[in-house]
Design a protein around this ligand. Structure first.
Ligand code: GSH
Length: 191
């Protein structure tokens, strides 16, 4: 099996954390660089990472890759509640990726514009719920939702996208999981 992605992507990292105990090969791509972009385009028309190549199949989208791997490893399925947790984590992640790309395009995302306001509002409402859930120790087990949350939080800190001081339970969760398998090797700061 080969996982394609970047060192910095939080979507790639959650899969790397899930695959920590396997010998899946990690192929590092810089998707903004021509040669790697050709590999990306040949494998995934959505032009996003991660992608997983296994035998004849290529699977894309981290959520689908997770379900594929979980089925292969005979992991118990996530509950609907955990699926909702992932949706909330993804909502924050997607909005932050979009704002980050806007910033990188030279746009001022602090402007009072509908698009920016909608993303900021979603980020706040979603992080509020994740904070409550972390305070209730709902991410105490190092399973896929916790891995996805950890990858998001550490990416937020790495890119300095948000001040997390208003979310003490999320910060505590991030601190408590720094020693988990594959966390050090998948640190976006190594990218
Ligand atoms: N829903 C996708 C989102 C993946 C995603 O947004 N990946 C980002 C990197 S963090 C990406 O490839 N962005 C490229 C682009 O937006 O053009 C998943 O869960 O895999």
């Amino acid at each position: 099996m080969k996982l394609y992605g970047s060192q910095t992507s939080p979507y790639v990292r959650r899969i790397r954390l899930f695959l920590a105990d396997t010998n899946c090969q990690f192929i590092k791509l810089n998707i903004l660089e021509d040669a790697d972009r050709e590999i990306l385009a040949a494998m995934n028309p959505t032009l996003r990472i991660p992608m997983l190549a296994d035998a004849e199949q290529t699977i894309f989208d981290s959520g689908v890759i997770y379900r594929y791997l979980a089925a292969k490893q005979e992991e118990p399925a996530l509950s609907w509640y955990q699926e909702n947790q992932l949706t909330v984590i993804n909502a924050v992640n997607d909005s932050l990726v979009m704002l980050f790309q806007c910033s990188r395009s030279g746009l001022d995302t602090n402007e009072d514009k509908l698009f920016y306001n909608l993303q900021r509002e979603r980020i706040v409402t979603s992080l509020f719920v994740l904070e409550q859930q972390a305070a209730n120790a709902e991410f105490a087990n190092w399973r896929y939702p916790a891995m996805a949350l950890y990858s998001l939080l550490d990416w937020i800190m790495f890119r300095e996208l948000l001040e997390l001081d208003d979310y003490p339970a999320l910060l505590a969760f991030a601190n408590q999981n720094q020693q988990q398998p594959m966390v050090a090797e998948s640190d976006p700061r190594l990218g």
